[in-house]
Design a protein around this ligand. Structure first.
Ligand code: SAH
Length: 367
């Protein structure tokens, strides 16, 4: 009864029945950014009323500190007259708004900025436009980083890489087999693995991963975005900040997850209705960017990075101005952004800097 299914599920079943099993990455891409039915394409998933909350939505302090970081990098670059401030996947535009507000305290920086936003979702593009309107900056939207004109740039990506399609392979006695989405006898979408092993994956993996026991799962994304970021900062000047949940070193583990209405869901159920993400492998991003000439800074746990940027001082200033009832809110925001443990971002999230090697150590990454 395929005609009663939600349209994206019907389409995915049809694609599999015609073309055969679909790599998880292709399934994830369809769920998130199918032009008509993709999760991000039609809605605002962020915030207390949405499906998940990100750091900039927790507190203005996050975007403000990133703005001061960007201003410090701009100074390190010799205060160029013009600089592209590029954000990948800006969500509601909250971080960019807080960044621009903080940037005004550094003379010359704000007027040097041309904002470029890389956003696939028309719904979120419209929201970003609305958020940034009061700032009166020139802003342009693009569907991919490769569309942004070349030139000195500061590139920001918060919770962007986790939403990029991820491949999975499972280790069996004869090697790694790509995990796929396929149809069972009743036509339902189920997980499976291809019968023949991936010929070259083993050689590309770090030794620790290669030696994992049978049944282990390895996840990877294509290097193209990390290479593009690395190439830009290394050849045209500037730096990038990648902030996300993930692991510092490549390792095995199944981290594919679906989230809707602040709860975990089955990634195979109701495609397009839930956010699907996987942890970010910071080692692979760092290696790709380094291979093309960028210098790698960190990664550091988000809590350490924000403390080094002065989140405590910023909080004290905000608390001094806040009505008494709001003071404890600021404390709990700090705890969520920098603390350790469940629902805290301080150690689960990491911050990676990628930069022109001619710049010194980036702010926040000092040894
Ligand atoms: N950075 C924001 C939003 C994170 S959600 C924040 O921290 O609040 C992920 C964002 O990336 C959304 O804006 C989503 O629409 C966008 N996005 C996801 N996949 C994308 C892709 N392949 N290309 C461009 N934007 C994408």
């Amino acid at each position: 009864m395929a005609n009663e299914l939600p349209p994206l599920e019907a389409e995915i079943r049809r694609m599999i029945s015609i073309a055969g099993p679909m790599p998880i990455a292709q399934y994830m891409a369809a769920c998130l950014s199918h032009p008509n039915h993709g999760y991000y394409m039609t809605r605002d998933p962020l915030g207390a009323a949405g499906d998940f909350v990100t750091a900039p939505e927790i507190s203005q302090m996050f975007g403000e500190l990133i703005g001061l970081w960007a201003a410090a990098v701009w100074r390190q670059m010799g205060s160029p007259e013009s600089i592209r401030l590029i954000e990948l996947g800006p969500g509601r535009g909250t971080m960019m708004a807080d960044t621009l507000r903080a940037a005004t305290v550094v003379p010359g920086f704000r007027s040097a900025i041309a904002v470029h936003l890389v956003e696939v979702s028309p719904a979120l593009q419209a929201l970003q436009q609305q958020t940034l309107e009061p700032f009166g900056v020139s802003a342009l939207w693009h569907e991919g980083l490769e569309e942004v004109p070349l030139g000195p740039a500061i590139i920001l990506a918060n919770e962007f890489f986790d939403a990029l399609p991820v491949h999975q392979a499972i280790k069996e006695e004869d090697g790694w087999h790509e995990r796929v989405v396929m149809l069972d006898g009743d036509g339902n979408i189920v997980l499976g693995a291809l019968l023949s092993p991936l010929p070259h994956l083993d050689k590309l993996l770090p030794q620790r991963v290669r030696e994992a026991p049978p049944g282990s799962i390895f996840e990877w994304r294509t290097d193209s975005l990390a290479l593009e970021i690395g190439r830009r900062v290394a050849r045209h000047g500037g730096a990038a900040l990648v902030i996300d949940y993930g692991h510092i070193e490549s390792e095995v583990g199944d981290t594919l997850q679906a989230v809707g209405e602040h709860a975990y869901a089955n990634p195979l159920a109701t495609p397009g209705q839930f956010d699907i993400t996987a942890h970010v492998d910071f080692q692979s991003i760092a290696q790709a960017a380094e291979s093309i000439g960028a210098r790698v800074h960190g990664p550091l746990p988000q809590g350490d990075f924000l403390r080094r940027l002065g989140i405590e001082t910023r909080a004290a200033t905000l608390k001094a101005k806040a009505p008494p009832a709001k003071v404890s809110d600021i404390d709990s925001q700090i705890e969520r952004l920098t603390g350790t443990g469940a629902r805290r971002m301080g150690t689960l999230f990491k911050v990676l800097g990628l930069a022109d090697p001619k710049l010194g150590v980036l702010p926040g990454f000092e040894p």
